[in-house]
Design a protein around this ligand. Structure first.
Ligand SMILES: [Ca+2]
Ligand SMILES: [Ca+2]
Length: 134
């Protein structure tokens, strides 16, 4: 009987450990989410991000949030799931950097890009020439 109890205690301790490890990977993910969120907000305040850029980046953050929720749905985030989420965060981190260092800005923060952003638009059928003033 005593032996069985000891086994139970050991098993319980063994179950506890991965749970702790999990908490830390979840925490790391959460911390990065918060940090990236702050970088986006800071970019809006500074005008480095236009509203459009900020919106896209926020959607990226939400996508990662959903990945995390899905991974956590079965009660645990496995190392593989954590690695996948962190890779997605790496990608988002680079996107945030790029958008903050590109030419599209809203330094006067009027909600509009300061210069016409060059969109990845389809080439127009007829080229638009700079015409006489209008
Ligand atoms: Ca920008
Ligand atoms: Ca502007």
């Amino acid at each position: 009987m005593k032996g069985k109890l000891a086994v139970l205690v050991v098993v319980a301790a063994g179950v506890g450990l991965p749970a702790l490890a999990q908490t830390s990977s979840t925490e790391r993910i959460e911390e990065r989410q918060a940090k990236q969120q702050r970088r986006i907000e800071e970019g809006i305040r500074s005008g480095e991000l236009t509203p459009r850029e900020a919106e896209r980046l926020r959607k990226g953050q939400q996508r990662i949030q959903r990945m995390e929720e899905r991974a956590r749905a079965d009660g645990k985030i496995t190392p593989k799931e954590a690695a996948r989420i962190e890779r997605a965060q790496d990608v988002e981190s680079r996107r945030i950097w790029r958008e903050k260092h590109d030419r599209q800005r809203d330094l006067d923060r009027d909600g509009k890009a300061d210069r016409p952003a060059r969109r990845h638009a389809k080439p127009r059928a007829s080229p638009v020439r700079p015409g006489p003033s209008r």
